[in-house]
Ligand binder design. Structure first.
Ligand code: GLU
Length: 549
């Protein structure tokens, strides 16, 4: 077979040589040990938590080592593409503070190794495709979908390995004349790799999983689809070689196709990058709490698989990072306890500490981390981040925060000092709900007054309170006043006295202070009444209590 003639027949317009293409992607000049990493999302409009999970690994490896982290849009599957999807990915990554050094931008590219959208790299792939044909390592296949289905059915019936290989690869050695005639007749074709029938095995050192041993590829898999666009397999190898990725961080679902990738790197004579196959995100699920089992997060059933869920729910970006870091590195939590104030970017991330099995997405755990993260922030930082979120998702609340910046800052400082600061806020959406009572515009008394206390007593309590209330009194003097009034009205000042002899009292100080909390904030579970009153101001305090007279 004259492979050169076949190559010229298939790619008449391709004149560039592979050396010329390679010369356009010069060696990166980076410090010793620098990692080059990327994410390669497909523009389907759906950004996964897994995309961020993998992005964090790549970002950390690159930026901890003085390397490069880039974004490549893997748009070879045109059917799955939705308009605006690249923007969606970029927005989501920007929202979570993931910084790229180069790659696709909304309307173009930044960096010298582009284009960073695979469909725009068609000419590049064709140069290497043509070279493979010249070497006898690739050939055109004219089989139709129906023919391929029929072969598959035959293989399944005979309990043979399914696929295009060996004697089933009927287009392998088509005479040049047949190829020419088929092309002239306009028959669609794909370009296939010529696999070798072999029982050899290959070994790959995965940086997360260790040694992976698997059968060497023996399939004639597709390199270029009938529209000339490469498959993921071919595009991955060409791009990661030219863009000089040192680490390929991707989901474990790609392990099965690793033999094809290794085969291509070897056929093209290129060094293999280091593969890191990450664990699939899982959740605990089951019919009851006692019958929980792990399962894969599903796009259909689990809203928390979408990155947009965390944006919409206003989960603090830093909390999502810290949560993912706890999943990624088993020693992150220990480090956080030892370094409570440190920036999580200072955590020394390593691949050695990564687990290779299912990472558990536990929203309760995320909420707890979020509480800690927000609690560590200053009131000013909380204000800025909360406001930024409100501007996108709750503009009316954003307007309140902007109208009352001082009050909001004071409110955010309530319960902040001391050895045991309050951890009321778990996220920005929840903050809008929790903090609502500070603003007359959004305040509503939701909780019922304690049923224990009859109406006459309640009125007497609020009337007495308003009479004695001195807004200038310090916290201790104020509390002395509350205790006095509580006792005078027949309530136990010490809750334990009431517990011992409930028949002797109308209730305890827990009831009187709960009435105050409910009247002032709408909830019995609210921060310190004296502090809250000083944020609300005397006028508001009085107005809210007067409603009960
Ligand atoms: N486009 C692939 C995906 O979305 C990327 C895999 C890779 O990073 O190599 O799964």
């Amino acid at each position: 077979m004259d492979y050169q003639a076949l190559a010229d027949l298939l790619f008449p317009g391709v004149t560039e040589r592979r050396e010329e293409v390679e010369a356009r992607f010069p060696r990166r000049v980076l410090p010793e040990g620098a990692c080059v990493t990327r994410i390669g999302p497909s523009p389907t409009g759906f950004v996964h938590l897994g995309n961020l999970y993998n992005a964090i690994i790549g970002e950390r490896l690159a930026h901890q080592s003085g390397g490069v982290f880039y974004l490549r849009v893997e748009d070879t599957d045109q059917k799955r593409e939705v308009p605006g999807a690249v923007e969606t990915v970029l927005d989501a990554m920007a929202y979570f503070g993931v910084r790229f050094d180069e790659g696709a931008t909304v309307d173009g590219d930044s960096g010298a190794y582009g284009p960073y959208r695979q469909r725009q790299r068609k000419d590049i792939y064709h140069v290497f495709a043509k070279w493979l044909v010249e070497q006898g390592k690739a050939y055109p296949c004219f089989c139709t979908a129906e023919e391929l289905d029929a072969v598959r059915a035959q293989q399944t019936a005979a309990k043979e390995t399914t696929g295009y290989y060996g004697k089933y690869a009927v287009c392998r050695d088509l005479p040049l004349e047949t190829v020419r005639a088929n092309l002239a007749a306009g028959k669609p074709w794909v370009l296939r790799y010529r696999g070798e029938t072999t029982d050899e095995r290959i070994c790959v050192e995965d940086a997360i999983r260790g040694r992976l041993e698997m059968p060497r590829n023996s399939m004639d898999f597709v390199l270029l689809k009938s529209d000339g666009i490469p498959t993921y397999h071919f595009a991955h190898v060409v791009d990661d070689h030219l863009m000089q990725s040192t680490y390929i961080i991707r989901g474990e679902e790609w392990i099965a196709s690793l033999p094809m990738h290794i085969e291509l790197f070897r056929a093209l004579g290129w060094p293999e990058p280091i593969y890191c196959h990450t664990a699939t995100l899982m959740k605990m699920d089951g019919a009851s709490k006692r019958k929980l089992s792990k399962r894969k997060l599903s796009k259909r059933k689990d809203p928390e698989l979408a990155l947009s869920y965390y944006q919409q729910e206003g989960i603090c970006q830093d909390a999502v990072w810290e949560f993912l870091l706890t999943l990624l590195n088993s020693n992150f939590e220990e480090w956080r306890i030892a370094n409570p104030q440190a920036d999580y970017h200072d955590f020394p991330f390593t691949l050695e500490k990564m687990a290779s099995s299912g990472a558990l997405v536990d929203l309760e755990k995320l909420e707890n981390i979020s509480k800690e993260v927000i609690c560590r922030m200053s009131a000013g930082q909380v204000y800025d981040k909360w406001l930024a979120w409100c501007r996108l998702y709750q503009p009316q609340f954003a307007a309140l925060l902007e109208r009352y910046p001082d009050k909001t800052l004071a409110a955010l400082n309530v319960g902040k000092g001391g050895a045991k600061p309050r951890k009321d806020l778990t996220g920005w959406k929840q903050a809008c709900d929790f903090m609502r009572f500070y603003y007359d515009e959004t305040f509503t008394a939701e909780e019922e007054m304690p049923a224990q206390v009859d109406e006459a007593t309640r009125k007497a309590f609020f009337a007495g309170y308003l009479e004695r209330y001195d807004h200038a009194a310090d916290s201790a003097a104020w509390f002395a006043m509350v205790k006095e009034l509580t006792g005078e009205l027949g309530f136990a000042v010490k809750p334990k006295d009431y517990k011992k002899h409930p028949e002797d009292y109308k209730g305890s100080i827990v009831h009187t202070t709960n009435m105050l909390r409910i009247a002032l904030t709408g909830h019995a579970n609210a921060p310190d009444i004296w502090e809250v009153s000083h944020v609300l101001g005397e006028e508001t305090v009085r107005a809210r209590l007067e409603r009960y007279l």
